[in-house]
Design a protein around this ligand. Structure first.
Ligand code: ASP
Length: 533
């Protein structure tokens, strides 16, 4: 029996065979509680921290009093439990110091919300208060209304500045240098082997069955042209015939195939700036380095988790955190988030996943690193042996099963569309479809421009050299030959050019010049230097 305002009420029945059989349903328990607390007000203690509880900004002319001064997830949850389900009155107060609750061994006392409950200054404590073994030894908790784990909050790497020559990025400088070296070596080898290979010495006039001389087309210029053609995947119209030269050629094609495919595969990633960020990816990575500092909220459950952990990684992290100067601990989550944002990637914050989820929706520079380091829950705390424990616990379960808790979480976690960040999937979709700007591929245009400029320069030199030859052969002045050749070259409708035969020499110097030129030409022929022709 239990004595209440209305007299004795039956709690349970007992007989020798079955022992105690409790006869009260959850509804009866809450009805009795309502009756008992009819004229009383529940003292609910909490702490300020978005999105759980924040001070409401009054609208114009509005004066906020009592519970209306606050809003947030905790306020809505306690309202659903006490007012809507149990029909009780409540009053919210903020804990002095705004602390969660940690145990001080020296004074053998608790601070924050837990301390407040122990001093019986409140009946319930609600906020993002983690159920821990240590706290559970001093206060009672309801079943968790939210589950979470510790994770790492860090800032995203700033998008790399688009580089003009980003098309070079797929290979390192070393690889480009080795490739250029390989290109020269293989071209040279092809040239040497072709001179040794009998099959590459060919009849220059196939109609002449017994030629006087054999010709080898694989001078260094043609060798370089073949190797260039294959590395650029364009091929070449001349091919070697010797066994050794074909073998070199085949090996070079294999090299070109692998290099070109690797280059193409890597280029897409580099041009779309999707290159992987090579910094920390897990708690182990954090523990193994000293450059990036990391910390927690001082005195919170995350703080205690590292302090008491037996896992070697977390122990190492605790030692690093404890010895860090200036201190890496902060007063609350907001201060931690600010520190992460302002530290230019030199500070990571160990925070509970629910709080991270809330921040990620609003601060787009932030990211979560790795998964959860543990698994735990938030519960509503109350002093031990509270008569309303079962009723409050039942109410939490009822709200969880009816989907109300999910609804409340969505209401307070989802950022309004104008403040919300792009989700990961949307961002990824955006990246894959992103257009490449001039900044990304500008370098290719620069190379084309420089290449064309060089071609024009070589063309001009070739033309002047040719003009010089013509002037000597035709016994004209250089400028006459220049203007005549230029006029012909610019007559775009002319597609055939008459062969100029050298005029008979009239002066000794002219004769000398033509003889010198013919000597030069034969030397050029000998060394296969076309420019002299
Ligand atoms: N929710 C934690 C607590 O109850 C706070 C934290 O460590 O992040 O202490």
């Amino acid at each position: 029996m239990e004595l209440s305002n209305s007299g004795f009420n039956s709690i349970a029945k007992w007989n020798a065979e079955t022992g105690f059989v409790y006869v009260r349903t959850a509804d009866e328990v809450s009805d009795l509680l309502a009756e008992k607390w009819q004229n009383k007000t529940f003292r609910v203690v909490s702490r300020i921290g978005a999105p759980y509880l924040v001070e409401r900004t009054p609208e114009e002319g509005e004066v906020l009093t009592g519970n209306d001064r606050y809003e947030g997830y905790s306020k809505d949850l306690i309202h659903e439990i006490l007012k809507e389900t149990l029909h009780l009155n409540y009053e919210i107060e903020i804990v002095p110091g705004n602390l969660y609750g940690s145990y001080h061994k020296e004074t053998k006392s608790w601070d924050g919300l837990v301390g407040h409950l122990l001093e019986r200054k409140a009946d319930l404590a609600i906020c993002d208060l983690t159920i821990t073994y240590e706290r559970r030894a001093f206060v009672d908790f309801t079943t968790p209304f939210m589950t979470l784990g510790i994770s790492i909050l860090y800032t995203k790497a700033p998008p790399p500045e688009p580089e003009l020559f980003s098309f070079l990025s797929p290979f390192s400088v070393d690889v480009w240098i080795y490739m250029a070296g390989a290109y020269l070596m293989v071209s040279l080898l092809l040239h040497i082997l072709s001179r040794l290979a009998p099959n590459d010495w060919e009849n220059p006039h196939p109609c002449d069955k017994s030629p006087e001389e054999l010709e080898n087309i694989w001078h260094i210029k043609n060798s370089c042209w073949l190797t260039m053609g294959s590395i650029m995947t364009q091929g070449s119209d001349i091919l070697p015939k010797g066994y050794s030269t074909r073998w070199v050629c085949g090996m070079w094609w294999f090299f070109a195939l692998i290099m070109c495919s690797s280059y193409t595969a890597n280029l897409a990633a580099f041009l779309t700036n999707a290159a992987m960020d090579d910094s920390i990816k897990s708690a182990e990575d954090l523990a193994m380095q000293t450059k990036i500092k990391y910390g927690t909220v001082e005195g919170g459950s995350t703080f205690s988790f590292f302090k008491r952990s037996n896992v070697s990684t977390f122990q190492r992290m605790w030692t690093a955190m404890e010895s860090a100067r200036p201190s890496v601990f902060v007063k609350n989550n907001d201060e931690g988030v600010e520190r992460v944002l302002n530290s230019k990637r030199s500070y990571a914050f160990l925070m509970e996943s629910t709080a991270i989820e809330y921040r990620l929706q609003r601060k787009c520079q932030l990211m979560q690193v790795g998964g959860l380091l543990d698994s735990k829950g938030y519960g509503i705390a109350m002093p031990f042996h509270s008569s309303y424990r079962t009723a409050v616990d039942n109410a939490v379960l009822k709200l969880a099963e009816s989907g109300k808790l999910v609804e409340l979480k969505n209401r307070w976690w989802k950022a309004p569309p104008e403040e919300a960040c792009e989700t990961q999937e949307a961002a990824e979709e955006g990246t894959s479809a992103a257009e490449l700007g001039v900044d990304n591929v500008g370098g290719v245009f620069v190379v084309l421009g420089i290449g064309c400029g060089m071609a024009a320069g070589i063309g001009a030199l070739e033309f002047l050299w040719h003009v010089r030859d013509v002037a000597i052969e035709q016994k004209m002045t250089q400028s006459e030959a220049f203007w005549a050749e230029l006029t012909f070259a610019l007559s775009f409708w002319e597609t055939e050019k008459p062969v100029q035969h050298s005029r008979p020499s009239s002066t000794a110097s002219g004769d000398m010049a033509s003889r010198a030129s013919s000597v030069l030409r034969s030397a050029a022929d000998l060394f296969h230097i076309d420019v002299f022709k």
